[in-house]
Design a protein around this ligand. Sequence first.
Ligand code: SF4
Ligand code: SF4
Length: 385
Amino acid sequence: MSLVCQIKEFGEEIGLDVIRITNTQAFPETEKQIIKSIEKGYIPKDNYCNPKYISKTEKQLNLNKISKRCNPKSILKRAKSIISVAQCYLIEEVEDIPDKEQLYGKIAKYDVGNFYYEVKLKLKKIIDFINQETNFKYRSKNKSCYVSLVEKPIAQRAGIGWYGKHGIIITEKFGSWVVLGEIITELELETDKPLQRDCGNCSICIDLCPTKAIVSPYIIDRTRCLQYISERPIKVPLAFREKWGDRLYGCTTCQEVCPRNDKVKLKKYRPKFGYIGSKIPLIPLLTITEEEFQNYFAYNQIAMRTREAIKRNAVLALGDIGDTRAVAPLIKILYEGDSPLVRGHTAWALGKIGGRKAKFALEKVLNIEKDKEVKEEIINALEKF
Ligand code: SF4
Ligand code: SF4
């Protein structure tokens, strides 16, 4: 059996669902597209700025960083092949809600456990396997996260799947419910071909995205995307707060409505790392300390986010759920001096839930609030009564 077949067989044995090979040529079209999206404001400049300049008014775009992400050889100079992999994360969601009295926030399917970490460990095993088979003659690098390389174009060229109009890779058997990963290697392997598939006339995800973030097929305005926003401690525009729903982290609406995802079979297993389940009680998150936050979300991607962003998400979800049991804990946040970002969104949530208690608290706190933006939020919230 050829080495490439052995690698694929081994990868499947250790639980990877799709394994394909591509070459290490650069992705100039992707590079152009990233720059264009930044110029149009669809990708905030900060993502590609030199950190030294981020605080300055004129943010300097780090073109070199973009170019490196689009050039696999920037990771490994003598690389000859990329082993691109996908693992399905659609697992059976256990009804593990211990306390029916709590108000719960939803975790996007890709984050109920840390699937990226699982893939990373599996890629490490593949590298060990290659090293053994080739007597350590070739260097290989494990790149199982989307930060250092553009992994969707790699997966597309390798034939893992094709681009859906929502900008996510769709595989034949597992739809778009997959996390991706890749190994860059000096080993020369026989490559696979891209799949000749597309969405055809379908535009369901474009029509049903709650914030109209899919501005045209394949082009996503990150600043409108709830998944992107939920990861960052930024002010959420009022119109998007109304669309937030019970999300605590992430958004998969465009994947849930996709007909390509209809028939994907659920896996019966519980992720080994960072498992937090698909629903989390929201009110305890309002007062969680940094230490508790790190323990609760240990190994989960949420631990990489700021506590402030997750608290803000919890506040928005409580506002949209609209249950009056959230009023007292939200008032506490308003009085007890959380960050202006969290206080501002809390004022909105209290205005959304409404009621005499919420109104009284907002009026009272308006007189003592010092932050200009929070004051504005309180005034806007009071206008709803
Ligand atoms: S993740 Fe949510 S907000 Fe983002 S494009 Fe998909 S449906 Fe729209
Ligand atoms: S919903 Fe339709 S247009 Fe969107 S990704 Fe799925 S098949 Fe493509």
